[in-house]
Design a protein around this ligand. Structure first.
Ligand SMILES: [Zn+2]
Length: 201
C-alpha cells in the first residue's frame, strides 16, 4: 500500500485542478502551504473562499470587477470612442499592463471553437450589440482576440456582425507571435500589436 495522508492528498487533488498546475507542482505547493505560517495560510484560504462573492460581472463590458459598472467603464478620463474586444478578463489585464490603450473594453467571455463545441451563442455578443446601438460616441472597435485559428474565426464572426454599424473596425495581430494567448505577451509586444492594428471595415 502506498503511504498517503488524506488531507494532504485532498489539497494536492484540489490544486491539481488549477490550470498549469500538474501533479508534481500540486504536490510541491501543498507541502509549501503546510510549511507556511498559520496566519498566512488563513489569509490565503480567506481570499480564495471570498473571491466568488466579492467579484461580479460588469453589466456594461462583462469584465469581472468589485463593482458594477466597473472602474474601467466609469473612468471619465478614458477614451469613450474606442472599444477593445477581448476574450477573457485576463486579457483586459494584459492590455492594461501594456499601458498604451486608454479606451473601453468588451469581454466576450470566450472564443468560437468548433472543436471545443463553443459557438457565438456562448459569447456576450448581445450586450455588445446593445451597447453599440445605445452609445453613439463609439468610433472604433478593436478586435483583440488571440492570434490563433479560433481567434481568427471569432474575429471574422465579429466583423460580419459589426458591418451593419457605421464604425471603424480594426484587428490587432501584427507583431504578435501566432498561436498564443494575449496574457503571455509582454507589454512591448502588445503595445506594438495595438499600434500596428489594421483596418478591416
Ligand atoms: Zn465595465
Amino acid at each position: 500500500m502506498t503511504y498517503k495522508i488524506g488531507p494532504i492528498e485532498e489539497l494536492i487533488r484540489n490544486l491539481n485542478r488549477l490550470p498549469g498546475i500538474g501533479a508534481k507542482s500540486a504536490q510541491r505547493l501543498a507541502y509549501y502551504i503546510i510549511g507556511m505560517d498559520e496566519l498566512e495560510v488563513k489569509s490565503l484560504a480567506k481570499s480564495i473562499g471570498e473571491i466568488k462573492n466579492k467579484v461580479k460581472k460588469c453589466s456594461i463590458c462583462s469584465n469581472i470587477a468589485d463593482k458594477d459598472p466597473c472602474d474601467l467603464c466609469t473612468d471619465l478620463s478614458r477614451d469613450n470612442k474606442t472599444i477593445c474586444i477581448v476574450e477573457y478578463p485576463k486579457d483586459v489585464d494584459a492590455m492594461e499592463r501594456s499601458g498604451i490603450y486608454r479606451g473601453k473594453y468588451h469581454v466576450i467571455n470566450g472564443i468560437i471553437s468548433p472543436i471545443k463545441g463553443k459557438s457565438e451563442r456562448d459569447l456576450t455578443i448581445d450586450s455588445l450589440l446593445e451597447r453599440l446601438k445605445e452609445d453613439k460616441e463609439i468610433e472604433e472597435i478593436i478586435i483583440a482576440t488571440s492570434p490563433t485559428t479560433d481567434g481568427d474565426v471569432t474575429a471574422s464572426y465579429l466583423v460580419s456582425i459589426l458591418r451593419d454599424f457605421k464604425i471603424k473596425v480594426t484587428r490587432i495581430g501584427f507583431g504578435l507571435p501566432v498561436g498564443g494567448d494575449l496574457e503571455y505577451y509582454d507589454e512591448i509586444t502588445i503595445g506594438a500589436a495595438l499600434k500596428n492594428r489594421r483596418e478591416i471595415i
